[in-house]
Design a protein around this ligand. Structure first.
Ligand code: SF4
Ligand code: SF4
Length: 292
């Protein structure tokens, strides 16, 4: 079983649309498992209209709670908390869960044993069924942290399912950027497809994500989306790939059919004669032998 993560240095490059099309092509010959590792804004599920099969809480950390019966209102914990999460109000000590970082300093400092550290449910993860194969995805609750941990949860469950079901390809939709969630999505993958766009920030962000995949020793391949909107920047990307000895596998032209099929919740490759579908099919032909 091979694991391929699709990344982009920034959001809005068309990464998810391209993954849906690649998955559509791959599913013709391979048993697929899909994972959406963009837990802050998961959107592969929107495109593939999956049927939810399982839903699980994600415990991202802990939060302090005060037992009012044991608390002696000494306010030591108010002084100890560096995040200003504890206050004395209405004759009692209270914790603001949005400010609490779960560091447990108050738990260890309280002389009365009045602080309890309890699990904090920070989001949910799902197993769903799509026409292309099982999809693992998640939703981090607003304002919650530990998205890297949730990405790892999604990926490990997808990987286990792929191994147990005899799937031969795990396709991971990685989050944009190079932060903790992108690193969690990249770790353990056999290859990374980087989707770039020919803009000033697109070239810059591709350089950053290439440095990240190199650091984690994940072989990278590049494709350029909307390649024809700026030929000069597209050539800059090609030069960057040559300089770094990274194969540029394909260029996808700007094609209104991408949006048209997107709003109909169909992969663009369901319109095989469209320019974008032809380019993505050519990209898949380049990518597939590299999965061997
Ligand atoms: S340190 Fe313990 S006893 Fe003192 S105010 Fe905080 S919770 Fe109450
Ligand atoms: S666990 Fe840490 S952050 Fe949370 S209330 Fe206690 S001291 Fe403050």
């Amino acid at each position: 079983m091979k694991e391929c993560v699709v990344l982009s240095g920034k959001g809005g490059t068309g990464k998810t649309t391209i993954i849906a099309a690649l998955a559509h092509l791959a599913a013709e010959t391979r048993r697929l498992v899909l994972a959406d590792a963009d837990v802050d804004a998961s959107n592969l599920e929107l495109l593939l209209a999956p049927e939810e099969q399982e839903r699980h809480d994600f415990v991202g950390g802990q939060v302090a709670e005060i037992d009012a019966d044991l608390c002696r209102n000494c306010e030591l914990c108010v002084t100890i908390c560096r995040f200003g999460a504890i206050s004395y109000r209405d004759d009692r000590i209270t914790v603001d869960p949005l400010r609490c970082e779960g560091c447990a300093a108050c738990f260890y400092a309280c002389p009365s044993g009045a602080v309890e550290m309890v699990d904090r449910v920070s989001g949910q993860w799902f197993r769903s069924e799509t026409s292309l194969g099982p999809l693992f995805h998640a939703r981090l609750s607003p304002g919650q942290e530990n998205s890297g941990k949730l990405v790892t949860q999604v990926k490990m469950t997808a990987k286990l399912t792929a191994a147990q079901s005899g799937a031969d390809l795990l396709l991971v939709d990685g989050p944009p950027g190079i932060g903790c969630p992108a690193i969690a999505a990249t770790t353990g993958a056999q290859m990374a497809l980087l989707v770039a766009e020919p803009t000033v920030s697109g070239v810059h962000d591709l350089g950053r994500v290439l440095a990240t995949t190199r650091h984690f020793r994940v072989p990278a391949f590049v494709c350029v989306n909307k390649a024809d909107i700026n030929r000069a920047k597209c050539e800059e990307i090609a030069q960057l790939c040559r300089d770094q000895d990274v194969p540029l596998l394909g260029e996808i032209p700007f094609d209104p059919m991408m949006v048209e099929t997107l709003v109909q919740l169909r992969p663009v490759t369901s319109e095989p004669e469209s320019p974008a579908a032809k380019a993505i099919t050519a990209l898949w032909r380049e990518l597939e032998p590299r999965l061997a």
